[in-house]
Design a protein around this ligand. Structure first.
Ligand SMILES: NC(=O)c1ccc[n+]([C@@H]2O[C@H](COP(=O)([O-])OP(=O)(O)OC[C@H]3O[C@@H](n4cnc5c(N)ncnc54)[C@H](O)[C@@H]3O)[C@@H](O)[C@H]2O)c1
Length: 254
């Protein structure tokens, strides 16, 4: 296990019960961080238990990170149980595939709640702690579709573009306080989200995965591919990096 940076490192990972979030939680725990594995799904508990079984430090927290009161209570509880928060990784998100004509207003609002409100609320609650500490690192997870539109994903693309811009706005506003804010934009990555997309589009998993692998490096991503990029941006090797958007997509956006 590698040591964290000086002082105790405590990472709050939203969406920590999901495919990418669980890989991020495991990776940061391997780097010596105590990890708050946050999700609205109780898969967070399984992930935290797995990290502890491997000798790491992790605790699960059940929270809907699109709910203001739940987020305020979450941050208080994490600080109480883990002693502070030095790193935030905003991985939680959801997708509803469809054109503007296919989507209900509820789909639209849910897309913004899970993908954008979640980042706003968690960062707003944690920033005062980081400001007091004089340092902190935030990594958001957008999507290649936050940079370039994809078909039948109007709400998701718009929400993820919002995540990219929110990342850069926060990077500007909070750099004087020593806080870095960066974004990872994954391409198709093998997680439960991909299977849900295939179902929403009425495609078989095999058909969907074959199309998704059609990119320069010839495969879809693994959660660990994305976690490595998140860990780089979160950690001390990226001390001079803020406001950046790192595409991790096997060249899919070239
Ligand atoms: N898998 C991909 O191909 C892909 C590509 C680009 C971007 N992304 C992004 O990566 C992130 C992780 O996705 P994934 O593929 O691991 O999907 P996933 O469905 O496996 O994990 C997402 C997790 O976020 C949680 N979540 C969603 N909304 C929440 C909320 N309001 N409060 C608490 N938890 C919430 C879910 O319960 C789930 O555990 C998402 O932001 C997604 O948009 C994924």
């Amino acid at each position: 296990m590698r040591a964290g940076r000086s002082g105790a490192r405590v990472a709050l990972v939203t969406g920590g019960g999901g495919g990418i979030g669980s890989a991020v939680a495991r990776r940061l725990a391997d780097e010596g961080a105590a990890v708050a594995v946050v999700d609205r799904d109780d898969a967070a508990e399984t992930v935290a238990r797995g990290i502890r079984a491997d000798g790491g430090h992790a605790e699960a927290f059940l929270c809907d990170v699109s709910d203001e009161e739940e987020v305020l209570a979450l941050v208080k509880e994490v600080v109480g149980r883990l002693g502070g928060i030095t790193d935030v990784c905003c991985v939680a998100g959801s997708i509803r595939r469809g054109t503007v004509q296919d989507l209900s207003l509820e789909d639209w609002h849910r897309s913004f709640a899970d993908n954008v409100d979640s980042v706003f609320l968690v960062c707003r609650a944690v920033l005062p702690l980081m400001e007091r500490a004089g340092h902190g690192s935030i990594v958001t997870v957008a999507s290649g579709w936050g940079l370039r539109a994809g078909e039948k994903a109007a709400a998701y693309c718009t929400a993820k573009a919002g995540v990219v811009m929110l990342t850069q706005a926060m990077a500007l506003d909070h750099s004087p306080a020593g806080i870095r804010v960066n974004c990872v934009a994954p391409g198709d990555t093998r997680t439960p989200m991909l299977a849900r997309e295939a179902r929403q589009l009425g495609q078989s998993d095999a058909e969907f995965l074959a199309e998704a692998a059609d990119r320069p490096l010839g495969r879809i991503g693994t959660p660990e591919d994305i976690a490595a990029a998140v860990a780089f941006l979160a950690g001390p090797d990226a001390d001079f990096v803020t406001g950046s958007v790192l595409s991790v997509d096997g060249g899919g956006s070239i």
